[in-house]
Design a protein around this ligand. Structure first.
Ligand code: HEC
Length: 196
């Protein structure tokens, strides 16, 4: 009896240690290599929720959109943001760049729809300052660009040079109560995130 109890206790301890260890060894998000911090496009992101779409108008006075940017995230990220007003550690934002075609349809004279995929911009929220030596991580996020169809190879090399300047205007668009790191994100385009 005693022996059985002791054996059970040892087993429980071993399991707990195992869980603690596997937790420790988890990457910030499934699309991040734990050791190097290399980011890829998450495999299942099209099954996630869409946060919003940016429609880029054609120039030269033509009607319709020339490109769509569709942003996806995990459903948990939406829930967390609605509750706490900020992005959780491990939140992944995937922005798809899509070509378009515009045609006359029964709903209107110039209706645009998405056609082929050009590439992806990916951001991973990092509240802990991981990968300090990587030029793809910093200011609270991991930053990466991919050209379709290669969803594994990051083509950007330095987020400070490749990304930050273009995301500066987001900081002015963000409200004063927004977390400093979240100010880099164009959250105004994602009404679904607003606090409930
Ligand atoms: C030419 C300017 C520009 C550059 C360069 C740029 N971004 Fe953006 N990014 C934007 C704008 C503006 C939006 C929102 C509107 C849109 O997509 O048209 C956006 C949106 C995003 C989004 C969706 C989340 C959000 O902030 O709304 C991701 C993800 C993203 N960018 C990642 C990146 C990464 C990673 C890099 C660098 C590799 C980068 N961007 C470089 C301008 C830029």
């Amino acid at each position: 009896m005693n022996f059985r109890r002791i054996t059970t206790a040892i087993l429980v301890l071993v399991c707990m240690a195992g869980i603690a260890e596997s937790k420790e060894a988890e990457p910030v998000a499934p699309n991040v290599d734990l050791k190097t911090g290399a980011i890829s496009v998450p495999e299942n992101y099209t099954k996630w929720a869409t946060l919003g779409t940016w429609a880029h108008a054609k120039t030269e006075g033509e009607p319709g959109s020339k490109e769509y940017h569709v942003v996806y995230t995990q459903p948990e990220t939406i829930e967390y943001h609605q509750k706490h007003g900020q992005y959780p550690d491990g939140a992944v934002l995937v922005k798809e760049l899509l070509n378009t075609e515009t045609m006359m349809m029964t709903t209107g004279s110039a209706v645009s729809h998405a056609t082929t995929l050009k590439g992806w911009f990916v951001l991973v929220r990092d509240t802990k300052g991981r990968y300090k030596n990587s030029k793809l991580w910093g200011d609270g996020w991991g930053w990466s660009l991919f050209n379709a169809p290669d969803s594994k190879k990051t083509v950007s090399t330095d987020y400070q040079e490749n990304c930050l300047a273009c995301h500066l205007p987001a900081r002015d668009l963000a409200g004063p109560n927004v977390h400093e790191d979240d100010k880099w994100i164009y959250t105004l385009g994602y009404p679904v995130l607003r606090k409930k």
